[in-house]
Design a protein around this ligand. Structure first.
Ligand SMILES: NC(=O)c1ccc[n+]([C@@H]2O[C@H](COP(=O)([O-])OP(=O)(O)OC[C@H]3O[C@@H](n4cnc5c(N)ncnc54)[C@H](O)[C@@H]3O)[C@@H](O)[C@H]2O)c1
Length: 400
């Protein structure tokens, strides 16, 4: 299996390439294509990255090559990490609609080239923001089932970790998913959380203690207040801002910690690459696995009786040919309300560049749905253990 990383010389792309090699996800017989732009700086850095990776990992590196045009991208799995990001400094926010307008041409140029010249079987993992727009553009060109956005998986890993920290456990003992829009508009699905070793009553009590009586109806306001407070505290002492985050409930930390990490200037390339590479590993592994991802829905799941369509982060079964089904059990009422509101906010951003549900028919490029094999849940910080099959509700997966 060959992998292409678009935007390979960027902060995230470089980490994805490094982890793919260092974690030996790709055998030496595979090809890792480093994709940059043809213009000066990107082209130079992409060639330089290839030389550096060979210098570091020649003994076990896959074949490394460089492509500088969308027409030259050839791979089984394509990671989209090209394009603009929000400046990584305090107080520098780029509106989502601006990021959408900036990165739309990047998404479109690769979607067009892959649709015209590709094998028809590539699976695309969108990292670039807005993730939901990248998924919408790629899904329209390539078919819905071949395209996933990795933001919901990264948010899920963060949620599991924050829960694990609060409970004094390792992350692999926690299951549960984050849905919605990647970033500040995520939807932590508390109702899906499972903790290995605890029965239903013990889990309910443990989670009630962590939630402190809050519901998701106040979550957006809490996030705004948290960001204001962090901006004030970090103006004098960034370490104190991170300490303050540590005193907050786990779901608020899932949003606040990466936000602080990005605005500190460090960015979040390592965690982002870890989540992305675990998805690549799952795709190459060949077995069906339950993850969370942004996908283009076409009514395959209902919330409050209404079928969901448009791009949204949800738990899905991921197999070698893409995602096959959505696994969303009945949600709590506050989760349903936030998920629907989030779906509408995504729609507003996408409509801004002509890709809203009303303007863009995401279902029109509906590729074939692969057969569904028994599912299992991916471990929080790496590939799933061999043969870890899930029976019953897939939402219970991940912790056992
Ligand atoms: N989904 C997530 O969880 C997540 C997390 C972090 C970052 N991101 C997003 O990932 C993207 C990359 O972030 P970054 O920090 O690496 O940014 P970066 O600026 O460091 O790197 C972006 C790279 O993309 C390249 N590029 C731009 N247009 C290109 C094109 N048409 N073809 C090929 N390469 C092109 C640039 O030359 C640059 O090397 C951003 O959109 C960012 O918002 C997503």
């Amino acid at each position: 299996m060959d992998v292409a990383v678009l935007g390979a010389a960027g902060d995230v792309g470089r980490q994805v390439c490094t982890q793919l090699i260092e974690r030996r996800v790709l055998p030496t017989s595979s090809r890792l294509q480093l994709v940059g732009r043809a213009d000066g700086e990107s082209a130079r850095a992409t060639h330089g990255l290839r030389a550096d990776l060979i210098d570091a990992y020649d003994e076990h590196a896959p074949l490394l090559d460089v492509a500088l045009s969308p027409d030259d991208v050839v791979a089984d799995v394509i990671v989209v990490a090209a394009g603009r990001t929000t400046p990584a400094r305090p107080g520098a926010a780029t509106p989502r609609t601006q990021l959408a307008a900036d990165n739309l041409p990047v998404f479109e140029s690769y979607a067009r080239a892959i649709a015209e010249r590709g094998s028809g079987h590539e699976v695309v993992i969108v990292v670039s923001n807005p993730v939901e727009l990248g998924v919408a553009v790629m899904a329209r060109a390539l078919g819905r089932h071949r395209v996933i956005g990795m933001g919901a998986w990264l948010d899920t890993l963060r949620f599991r970790r924050e829960l694990a920290v609060s409970l004094g456990l390792r992350r692999h003992r926690i299951g549960g998913f984050v849905a919605g829009q990647h970033g500040e508009d995520l939807v932590p699905l508390w109702s899906t959380v499972r903790i290995s070793g605890l029965d239903a009553d013990e889990r309910r009590n443990a989670l009630a203690g962590l939630r402190r009586g809050r519901t998701l109806d106040t979550f957006s306001d809490e996030i705004v207040r948290a960001q204001e407070l962090l901006t004030q505290v970090a103006a004098d002492d960034t370490g104190a801002a991170f300490d303050l985050i540590g005193s907050w409930p786990p779901d608020l930390r899932v949003v606040a910690r990466p936000w602080m990490t990005h605005t500190s200037g460090a960015k979040t390339a390592n965690g982002t690459a870890n989540a992305t590479v675990s998805l690549v590993d799952t795709l190459l592994d060949g077995r069906d696995t339950v993850v969370a991802a942004q996908v283009a829905l076409d009514g395959e799941v209902t919330v409050t009786g209404a079928p969901l369509d448009g791009v949204l982060g949800v738990p899905v079964v991921l197999g070698p040919e893409g995602w096959t089904r959505v696994l969303l059990d009945e949600l709590a009422p506050d989760e349903e309300r936030r998920l629907l509101a989030c779906r509408d906010r995504i729609d507003t951003t996408l409509a801004h560049v002509g890709f809203g549900r009303a303007g863009g028919d995401m279902a029109s490029a509906d590729g074939p749905t692969p057969d569904v094999a028994p599912t299992r849940s991916v471990a929080a910080d790496g590939p799933p253990p061999e043969g870890a099959a899930v029976t019953g509700s897939a939402l219970a997966g991940g912790a056992a």
